[in-house]
Design a protein around this ligand. Structure first.
Ligand SMILES: Cc1ncc(COP(=O)(O)O)c(C=O)c1O
Length: 412
């Protein structure tokens, strides 16, 4: 059968990935977790301390989230039923959107099945417009940081925008951004600058205060202005004194802010907060909202509980704990001679190993000691910059962090 020929070409690709040792499909299966407050992953007969998760606040095992999830599914059922323009919005979805808008000090919010879906929606809708009949002008210059997340890259691809209107600026480089905006100002009506807030490989962040200054300078030079779009998936809920993310740390505001509820919020789904007009437009133009189910009501209930916790004293305390754990970890490693691939103040802490084999060997030693971390090698990072990515959580105890430091020390 001809389909066997098709399959054999797929098999060749799988073989290539296996040979290059860059495959991803052999995922670890976690059978369960031990109890709160510092849950360990159960794999086979072993328990593992988790240093490779985005659950920065430890919310996914928090009793308040589990209770809220349960109550919302009791009240609304386990699934959304249909897309919202067909069967209506559940109140828990609207409550969550309003809570997220309030949390970030914005007029309105909209939730998506994921931040990936939110990025596709925002970029497609704001770059291209919704349909052939759309009256939204698409004479837009799109300017993107060279290390932006895959969902931003794909969002720009989906918009199918002419190549000459898609530009990259050098990673975290405001001079480069200004040069791109300068070059495009006479041939484009408006510009859209898009960036990650926190960059997940190294824990570095875009200085939104500095970026805002550049954008404000060029705003008046484009007929329809310059819009700043920030995806702060790793920042929201985890970064800054009160968990407002990169905006809080670097002091600049996005016009359109994208976040996820699948990391620090301990739930799932993505969101956008912005001026009401932008959100109204997304409800009309965003295909991943209009034609795709929203998150389950239980998930929305859990996320709402996370926003409430983050807005109160408990959230503040957890953020403090996360910072203390991060400091303890970093100081412990520096003392024994480890270097970091970037000077991150975020709970993402990249230990520079510099060689793929050595990085794999260290992560194996840690795994055998009951610790989960992530090895990141070329091509995700440049050759010679291989790292072990450690992710610190407020759920870690001091003993957890000291244990990790001790094991890294032993492997030096
Ligand atoms: C910057 C960034 N944006 C978007 C996402 C996707 O988030 P979600 O899992 O909600 O789709 C991630 C997660 O990997 C991310 O790091």
């Amino acid at each position: 059968m001809s389909k066997q020929v098709f399959y054999s070409s797929i098999q060749q690709e799988l073989d290539r990935l296996d040979e290059a040792q860059v495959n991803k499909r052999h995922e670890t299966v976690i059978e369960g977790f031990t109890d709160h407050p510092s849950p360990r992953a159960v794999i086979g007969e072993q328990e593992y301390r988790i240093f490779n998760s985005n659950d920065y606040m430890g919310f996914r095992h928090h009793p308040s989230l589990k209770k809220a999830e349960h109550e919302a599914s009791e009240k609304y059922g386990t699934g959304p039923g249909a897309v919202r323009f067909i069967s209506g919005s559940l109140k828990v979805h609207r409550d969550l959107e309003q809570a997220l808008a309030k949390f970030h000090g914005r007029e309105e919010g909209i939730i998506f099945s994921s931040a990936f879906a939110a990025n596709l929606a925002v970029l497609f809708s704001l770059i291209t417009g919704q349909s052939r009949d759309s009256v939204v002008n698409n004479d837009t210059l799109v300017v993107s940081d060279e290390l932006n997340h895959r969902s931003i890259i794909d969002g720009i691809r989906v918009a199918n925008h002419p190549k000459e209107k898609r530009k990259i600026f050098k990673h975290l480089d405001m001079t480069s951004l200004a040069e791109v905006l300068e070059a495009g100002k006479t041939t484009n009506k408006r510009a859209l600058v898009v960036t990650d807030g926190v960059f997940s490989m190294l824990g570095e962040y875009q200085d939104l205060g500095e970026m805002r200054k550049v954008i404000d300078e060029y705003d008046a030079q484009y007929e329809q202005g310059v819009l700043l779009v920030v995806d702060d998936a790793h920042g929201v809920g985890a970064f800054g004194e009160t968990g407002r993310g990169t905006e809080e740390v670097s002091g600049g505001q996005a016009d359109v802010l994208i976040g996820t509820m699948g990391k620090a919020f301990g739930a799932d789904g993505g969101y956008v907060v912005a001026d009401k007009i932008v959100i109204d437009y997304l409800r009309e133009a965003a295909a991943t909202y209009i034609y795709s189910n929203n998150i389950a009501p239980g998930t929305a209930g859990a996320a709402l509980a996370a926003v409430e916790l983050l807005s109160g004293a408990e959230g503040k305390g957890l953020l403090e704990r996360s910072r203390a754990n991060t400091k303890l970890f970093k100081e412990g490693l520096v003392k024994v001679g480890y270097e970091f691939a970037a000077d991150s103040v975020h709970p993402i802490q990249p230990i520079l190993i510099g060689d793929a084999k050595a990085a794999k060997a260290l992560s194996k030693v840690l795994y055998e000691a009951g610790i989960l971390v992530t090895t990141i090698s070329y091509p995700v990072v440049p050759a010679g910059r291989d790292e072990i990515r450690v992710q610190i959580s407020a759920a870690h105890t001091t003993e957890d962090v000291e244990y990790l430091v001790e094991k890294c020390k032993g492997a030096k």
